[in-house]
Design a protein around this ligand. Structure first.
Ligand SMILES: *Cc1c(COP(=O)(O)O)cnc(C)c1O
Ligand code: SF4
Length: 345
């Protein structure tokens, strides 16, 4: 089934000589080092970074850092990971669990909001901590899956014939080792009514080395189709190593989609969004969702109002073919699926 060339992936890994596990454990987790590596003045940025770091720790892997412009505090990649003073400012209307996921937990690790799809949180860990993340306050420790929870999840899903798709999520599901993921894929695809397996991940983007032989092996051997929804917000996130990694995933038969969040100072610009869609397509990834901002506490400085988001997508309609236009949506607690935002109200 697998169509990729094994030599290709070895060449790709050799470029930098570090495994994804090394990159994961050697990520930058200190405000001082992040500023120093990018040549940014501590007098200006350190106190905000430290305050934010106390609320939600900094985490930036080296391959992602390497794509940022040195000395530019407004770099669109850096802006996603460097806490600013604004994080510590409480604003009315910005809450800890904007999507009410706490209430949707069905059994440990299993979040059930929609009829046909269930979300399985296989880990709380991420490879990068994005400051605007709507799960930044989620109580992951309560959702850690032990062996008996695993059994419980499989039993629950087996007894729920209306669920036809399981979404591995987190955290970032690809932060988990391939032995465990292969086991999940085998167990889930053995349930007769499960027709698709989906992964929501940012890892192939921030650490392209994650697309290793072991991952490609279980992906290509899974009995049911695998869909991977990446999370890329700006075209500069896609460098040659990422493009290669995405090519290997495609060759392993994985359908690649992308979701972005509209973010002030990152992609609140029609030319950037146009370039993002074009760059994704060139890398074999179809734009899927553009999420309206979720009002999470500590991230109000990223908020883009619906009206402005609408104008941006209207701009895309004039510049791109329909298949490269992401759907502008919002997640609203209690709905049957994502809510489309009407472009011409
Ligand atoms: C977004 C989301 C999904 C997937 O929704 P799709 O519209 O199928 O992409 C599933 N479960 C939860 C809890 C979600 O937030
Ligand atoms: S990788 Fe995804 S889940 Fe993790 S912090 Fe970023 S947005 Fe949140």
């Amino acid at each position: 089934m697998i169509q990729r060339t094994p030599t290709g992936i070895e060449a790709h890994l050799a470029e930098d000589g570090r495994s994804w596990q090394q990159h994961l454990s050697e990520s930058i987790t200190s405000p001082e080092i992040l500023l120093q590596r990018l040549g940014l003045a501590p007098e200006e940025w350190l106190s905000g970074a430290q305050a934010g770091h106390q609320l939600f720790p900094i985490r930036v892997p080296e391959p992602f850092l390497a794509r940022m412009r040195h000395g530019d505090p407004n770099d669109p990649l850096l802006r996603q990971v460097l806490p600013r003073q604004e994080e510590s400012v409480r604003m009315p209307g910005y809450v800890r669990d904007p999507l009410a996921e706490d209430r949707a937990v069905q059994t440990t690790g299993l979040i059930r909001k929609y009829r046909s799809r269930a979300l399985l949180m296989v880990t709380g860990q991420c490879a990068v901590n994005c400051r605007y993340c709507f799960r930044r306050h989620f109580p992951y420790d309560e959702q850690r899956l032990g062996a008996s929870d695993r059994r419980q999840v499989i039993d629950t899903l087996s007894a729920s014939p209306e669920i036809n798709e399981v979404i591995l999520s987190g955290g970032d599901p690809l932060a988990v080792n391939d032995r465990l993921l292969a086991q999940w894929a085998a167990d889930l695809s053995a349930i007769p009514h499960i027709r698709r397996l989906r992964l929501h991940t940012r890892l192939p983007v921030v650490i392209p080395q994650r697309v290793c032989d072991a991952l490609l092996k279980w992906l290509s051997q899974t009995r049911i189709p695998v869909v991977m929804v990446l999370h890329i917000n700006h075209p500069a996130e896609i460098d040659p190593a990422t493009r290669n990694a995405l090519g290997y995933l495609r060759a392993a038969g994985v359908t690649l989609l992308n979701q972005s969040v509209i973010l002030r100072g990152v992609n609140d610009n029609v030319a950037v969004l146009e370039s993002l869609s074009e760059t994704l397509f060139e890398a074999g990834v179809m734009p899927y969702y553009l999420h309206a901002f979720d009002p999470v506490e500590g991230a109000h400085h990223y908020d883009v109002a619906d009206e402005e988001a609408r104008t941006l997508v209207q701009g895309l309609l004039a510049r791109l073919p329909g298949f490269l236009i992401p759907r502008l949506v919002r997640e609203e607690p209690g709905r049957d699926g994502k809510t489309p935002i009407n472009l011409f109200p």
